[in-house]
Design a protein around this ligand. Sequence first.
Ligand SMILES: Nc1ncnc2c1ncn2[C@@H]1O[C@H](COP(=O)(O)OP(=O)(O)OP(=O)(O)O)[C@@H](O)[C@H]1O
Ligand SMILES: [Mg+2]
Length: 623
Amino acid sequence: MTTAELSADGSYARVVGSGGDRIFGYLKRYKWPYLAGFVALLGATVLALLPPLVVNWAVDDIDRTIRGVGGDIGAAGLLRYAALIAAIALAEGVLRYFSRWVVSGSSRRIEYGLREDLANHLLRLDQGFYVQARTGDLMSRLTNDLQAVRDFLGPTVVDITRSIVILVAGFAFMWAIDLRLTLIAFAYLPVVILLMAYFETNIEKRFFEVQDQIAELTERSQENISGIRAIKAYAQEDAEIRTFARENEEMRRRSMRLGKYEAALLPSMIVLTQGGTLLVLWFGGHDVVDGRISLGDFTQFFLILTILSSQLMAVGWIVASAQLGVVAIRRINEIFRTTSAIADGPHTTSHLRGDVEFQGVTVRFGAAEPILRDVSLRIAAGSTVAIVGATGQGKTTLVNLVPRLLDPVEGSVLVDGVDVREYRLDDLRQQVGFVPQESFLFSESLRENVSYGRQDASDEDYQGALDISQLSNDLQQLTQGLDTVIGERGMTLSGGQKQRAAIARALLKDPPVLILDDALSHVDTHTEEEILRRLRTYMRGRTTILIAHRTSTLRSADRIVVLEDGAIVEQGSHADLIARDGVYARIYREQLALESRSEDVDARLVEREHAPDTPADGEGGAP
Ligand SMILES: Nc1ncnc2c1ncn2[C@@H]1O[C@H](COP(=O)(O)OP(=O)(O)OP(=O)(O)O)[C@@H](O)[C@H]1O
Ligand SMILES: [Mg+2]
């Protein structure tokens, strides 16, 4: 429905769907529990205002008894009032528990559903999104923001409702006793609100400063951990420690600033509200003495004022937490509204022949010059094409188009004569074995890593994939063979082993189209040739696209395509291109010179890597 579009300034923009408010949808789903919770809450809050009324009756009764004007309260009378208060408190407690339970329960269910939705949504977003997104930011949306939303939809909405009901009902009760006194008590309210607003804005500002700094610290910690090898290789530990200390110091400064306001909030509120109490005591006291209101009414008035004041003190926090919740909802909805620039097509397929064709493909990132310009290339099913070109010429970009890791701005890519955008993504990608330039392994066993694209593989399939990728030779070096757990990002595997694991993973999918993006660069030439030899047999009748620099790989291809500056400048067989003595011939000669210079090193490398493996080599078995 939505696709990547070039905005006016040419930047890579995505159409933001009106995807709607996911959270609102959830609230609708849970409307009945919420309604029940709020009805119970209303009851509980009104009940909380009733004990002062009972005290009112009791005090008047006591007063009459003391003054001997028709009252005789006695122990039984006092007990009756006490029992009434206990009963009200009990009922209030039950209702309050019920309302919190229902509302909090719903908010937790919403959090659970949202987390799942968000994770699913994130996994479906295209690569372009992740190029722009910051990991730390996404992590904090998935954790902190979700939590803030849960708190908002749970305790915070309960508190907000309770505050409103107490204010309104309290006002009504007080008015029923005496309007003048009520106005005196509430005359104070604007001052309280002003003070609260002052603290509110300050606390909020400081709070966001702290949140920003937390994000910064998270990002730094995360990069320090995942980049530890680079840090150590460049002996940057001390520098990183200093940077971290600086950020941490900033964190301390900011949270102290926040603490200053937080610490001042409650005392200021107490002092202010006590001021209100003072006024009511002064005017109300006179009213009682002058007989305008009864002692009981005065007591009830006072008690309600106390309940009201303490609720007022909490309002600051409630508003702050509500604001946090609203911001979090916005941040989460932002992700939900981001749609994948690469969407499913209608065409389902379970088997492709592997005909690949680029038709006038142009790729451009933002306003920059195009990376690929009007590239047309046909790769017949069953053939092997090698793509060469200097670094940064667009080789990776070109092959990324086939499994739709990227869509072209102009032109199209066809597989078996059908635009790749027409296929269901899963179907297309299942049929394309793709070994990216940077292989990524998960922190799981080697077996799980290899079977990543296909869990139902038989032992034979495994053996085949391991043999072709020559990984079978390395297994005995690993403590538990295939079941060896590979550290995060394959820390325990060598660069060449990682690449070959990635190749085995792609082969296990048994794909009609195989793309190797410089996937043999860390493998020694001897092993490389062995892999290529086996691949040739295996890939008979399938399409292979190899991005390569090595002469051995180049010679193995049926056809060679030379990319320069985003365009195809030469193509043909190795022999043809050499005879032509153009760009390819130059690249080839340079590469040959490079390889002969490093031959010595290479030979030693081969010796080292293969010496212990020689017996297994025979076992590995050529097909
Ligand atoms: N997401 C992106 N946004 C902006 N520019 C990009 C993006 N991806 C790639 N490029 C640019 O496109 C150009 C081609 O990159 P590409 O990865 O296709 O080169 P390559 O031919 O594979 O190079 P190498 O041999 O070094 O792997 C580079 O200049 C790169 O900086
Ligand atoms: Mg590349």
